[in-house]
Design a protein around this ligand. Structure first.
Ligand code: FAD
Length: 408
C-alpha cells in the first residue's frame, strides 16, 4: 500500500512514526512545501535564541531510519480523489492508496494592507528565518507586533532578547485571552513589561500602511505607529487551498469523523488543519496546539495500520515558556467554584464545576499539571481531597498521574 502524507510538522511526523511502529511494509511518502527536515514550530524561539538545532525535531537520518521517502520543497496544489492522485506545483502528479492531510495553518491577518510586502510573521520556519534575518542585518532597531496571543508573545520576547525595541498592540483588554483568565493574564503582562515589551491593550490595528512596502500600522483611534519591522501575529488559518475542487468537506478547518477520516474515501487528516471536538465541551473547532497535533497524528497512524481507533477529543491548553517563569493553562477558565493560592510569585487557580476539575492555570511551579489534567479528563469527583488540591506536591505517588506531552 502507498501512503502519502502532505505536511512534515508534528502531525505528519506523528502519523509516520505511529504507522511505522505497526506497519513496516507500506510505502510511505512525506511531502513538505518547506526546504527543511521535519521540524517543531514551538522550538523555533529556542533555535533563534541559542542557535540550537533542536528545532529540527527529527534529524537528517530520520527519513531513512523511519523508512520514509521524504521530499522537501514539494508543494501539493490539488487533490483528485477520484483518480487517487495529487497534483504537485511542478506540474507532476503522484498517486496514492491512502492520503493524509497534515498541512497545518498559515498566518491569518484580517487587516487592510496585510498583503503588503514587509509584513513579517512567525508561523513557519521560513517566515521566522526571514524575520530574524532582517533583524540581524542591523537595519532594524524597533518592531511592532500586532496581536498578543501566545505566538505574538513569543515573538515579542524573542525580539527583546535580540535587542529590539518592541511595541505590542492588542485589541482586547488582556494578553492571551483565548487561554488565560484575567488574573493570570495580568501576571503574564507584568512579566512582559519587566522584559521591556511595551504592551498596549485595548488598541485595535485597522490597517498596515505603505506604498507597496508596509511602513506603519494605523490604529482604529486614527493614530499611526511606525517601526522598522512590522509583524502580524493575528491568528492562524488552516492551509486548505489544495482542497479546492476536491470535494473534501471543510468549514474553517477540514471536517473529520471520530476516526479522523474525511468525507472522501481513503483520505485522513490531522493537526492544525482539522476541526475536532473539544473533549471537555463537545464544541467543534480547530484546536491548534502541539499535543493535539501529535495525538491526532497517532490516531490516524493507528487507523492506517488497520488498528481501528477513535479520537477521544482535543485538549484545550497552552503554556508560555519564555517569560522567565512558566505559565500553564488547561481547560476552561470558569466554573461554579474557584480555588486559588498565591505564594512567592507563584499562583495556582483551579476551576471546578460540580466538584470536578474543568480547568486550571498555574504560574511558576507547574509540576501538578499532569495530575490535575488527569483528574479533569477523567471527570473525577475531587470532594474527598479538595482541601489538598492546591498543594504544590498534591498527588505525588498517586496512580492517576498522566504526563503533559513535551512541546519540543
Ligand atoms: C512560534 C510558535 C510557537 C508555538 N508554541 C506552541 C507551544 O508552546 N505549545 C503548543 O502546544 N503549540 C505551540 N504552537 C503550535 C504548534 O506548533 C502547532 O499546533 C503544530 O505545529 C501543528 O502541527 P501540524 O503538523 O498540524 O502543522 P504545522 O506544524 O503547521 O506543519 C504543517 C506542514 O505542512 C506543510 N504544508 C502545508 N501545505 C502544504 C502543501 N500544500 N504541500 C506540501 N506541504 C504543505 C507546511 O509547510 C508545514 O511544514 C506554536 C506554533 C508557533 C508557530
Amino acid at each position: 500500500m502507498k501512503i502519502v502524507i502532505i505536511g512534515a510538522g508534528p502531525a505528519g511526523v506523528s502519523v509516520a512514526e505511529t504507522l511505522r511502529a505497526h506497519d513496516k511494509q507500506s510505502e510511505l511518502v512525506m511531502l513538505s512545501a518547506e526546504p527543511y527536515p521535519p521540524y517543531s514550530p514551538p522550538a523555533m524561539v529556542d533555535h533563534f535564541l541559542t542557535g540550537s538545532n533542536a528545532h529540527l525535531w527529527r534529524d537528517a537520518e530520520w527519513p531513512e531510519q523511519t523508512g520514509v521517502d521524504y521530499r522537501n520543497g514539494v508543494e501539493v496544489t490539488a487533490i483528485q480523489p477520484g483518480a487517487h492522485a495529487i497534483q504537485l506545483k511542478d506540474g507532476s502528479k503522484l498517486d496514492y492508496d491512502r492520503l493524509v492531510l497534515a498541512t497545518g495553518g498559515s498566518l491569518y491577518a484580517p487587516l487592510k494592507g496585510a498583503d503588503l510586502s514587509g509584513i513579517y510573521n512567525f508561523k513557519s520556519l521560513s517566515a521566522a528565518e526571514a524575520l530574524v534575518k532582517k533583524i540581524k542585518s542591523g537595519e532594524a532597531a524597533s518592531a511592532i507586533v500586532v496581536g498578543a496571543g501566545f505566538i505574538g508573545m513569543e515573538i515579542a520576547l524573542l525580539l527583546r532578547e535580540l535587542g529590539m525595541a518592541v511595541t505590542q498592540i492588542e485589541m482586547l483588554d488582556q494578553v492571551m485571552s483565548a487561554m488565560l483568565d484575567p488574573e493570570t493574564a495580568g501576571v503574564a503582562l507584568a512579566m512582559l513589561g519587566k522584559r521591556g515589551v511595551d504592551v498596549r491593550l485595548n488598541t485595535k490595528a485597522s490597517a498596515f500602511m505603505g506604498d507597496g512596502q508596509a511602513k506603519s500600522v494605523q490604529l482604529e483611534s486614527g493614530e499611526v505607529l511606525q517601526a522598522d519591522v512590522l509583524i502580524a501575529a493575528t491568528g492562524i488559518k488552516p492551509n486548505l487551498k489544495l482542497l479546492d475542487g476536491s470535494g473534501i468537506d471543510h468549514k474553517w478547518g477540514i471536517t473529520v469523523d471520530e476516526h479522523l477520516r474525511t468525507n472522501t474515501a481513503d483520505i485522513f487528516a490531522a493537526g492544525d488543519a482539522v476541526e475536532t471536538t473539544d473533549r471537555l465541551t463537545g464544541e467543534t473547532y480547530v484546536h491548534a496546539i502541539f499535543p493535539n497535533a501529535i495525538e491526532q497524528g497517532r490516531i490516524v497512524g493507528l487507523n492506517l495500520a488497520g488498528i481501528e481507533t477513535i479520537y477521544e477529543g482535543a485538549d484545550r491548553m497552552n503554556s508560555l515558556k519564555h517569560l522567565g517563569l512558566p505559565i500553564m493553562a488547561v481547560g476552561l477558565k470558569s466554573g461554579d467554584e474557584v480555588l486559588q493560592t498565591r505564594q512567592n510569585g507563584h499562583m495556582r487557580t483551579i476551576y471546578l464545576q460540580d466538584n470536578r476539575v474543568v480547568g486550571f492555570q498555574l504560574v511558576g511551579d507547574i509540576k501538578t499539571a499532569g495530575i490535575l489534567r488527569a483528574l479533569m479528563n477523567r471527570g473525577e469527583n475531587i470532594q474527598p481531597y479538595k482541601d489538598r488540591l492546591l498543594n504544590p506536591n498534591f498527588g505525588q505517588g498517586m496512580l492517576v498521574w498522566e504526563s503533559i506531552t513535551p512541546y519540543a
